[in-house]
Ligand binder design. Structure first.
Ligand code: 2PG
Length: 249
């Protein structure tokens, strides 16, 4: 049978619109982000896809996106599982920093290395930073030893993939259509894994906000065909906008 996995990156957040590195900082959707989430719901409804279960990160912007989209699609009844393992990449000491200023201060090579290299994490954040999640109650059930103070994409994949393989894959194999609402970098990691994208080439993959990406898998959970966005034109423009972040507007 064809197993269907639908990925959606949260709509524009307040910090996406301000061009700040966000990571695990729990910002909300901007007004535009709410519109994008509603559009994601319309696209889902029009597509006729019927998710059976929703997975989200523990971050408000992903939760809000799923709620708004599912309300629009008349599917707020879906069972939900949330996990920190679907969270955005922890951006370490860059959290709260302006992307354009960081680009100017450190230059394009270091900036791209921090944003898009596979295995170079930014410097870790101090527990005392106002942008640290140290002591945040939402992670109280997670072993402190595995909670990051910074992450590369490689580290994101290491903590996200067990959740995909052990929990999400089980639902897919049981014949459920799965919707995942998460983040630019946690979803880049999942797409890298499913499409076997190389460590170098993944630098060029950017996921647009608020446009569902449909992935069809066989019984071994291998790709049947190229994943497709429910609004391909908007996805191209959205991905280009993400790639261009950092440049002054
Ligand atoms: O700031 C962040 O957390 C992420 C996603 O918004 O940004 P980037 O695309 O630069 O990895």
């Amino acid at each position: 049978m064809v197993h269907k996995l639908i990925l959606v990156r949260h709509g524009q957040s307040e910090w996406n619109s301000k061009n700040l590195f966000t990571g695990w900082v729990d910002v909300k959707l901007s007004e535009q982000g709410k519109k994008e989430a509603k559009r994601a719901g319309e696209l889902l409804k029009e597509s006729g896809l019927k998710p059976d279960i929703l997975f989200t990160s523990l971050l408000t912007r992903a939760i809000q996106t799923a709620d708004i989209a599912l309300e629009e699609a008349d599917m707020l009844y879906l069972p939900v599982v949330r996990s920190w393992r679907l969270n955005e990449r922890h951006y370490g000491a860059l959290q709260g920093k302006d992307k354009a200023e960081t680009l100017e201060k450190y230059g394009p090579v270091q900036f791209k290395t921090w944003r898009r290299s596979y295995d170079v994490p930014p410097p870790p954040i101090e527990n005392t930073s106002k942008f640290s999640q140290f002591g945040d109650a939402r992670y109280s059930t997670v072993d402190p030893a595995v909670l990051p103070a910074t992450e590369s994409l490689e580290l994101v994949i290491k903590r996200m993939l067990p959740f995909y393989q052990d929990v999400i894959a089980k639902e897919l194999l049981a014949g459920k259509t799965v919707l995942v609402a998460a983040h630019g970098n946690s979803l880049r990691g999942l797409v890298k894994y499913l499409k076997h994208i190389s460590d170098d080439d993944i630098a060029n993959l950017n996921i647009p906000t608020g446009i569902p990406l449909v992935i069809e898998l066989d019984d071994d959970l291998k790709l049947i065909k190229e994943p497709y966005y429910l609004d391909p034109e908007a996805a191209v423009a959205g991905a280009a906008a993400v790639a261009a972040q950092g440049q002054k507007k």
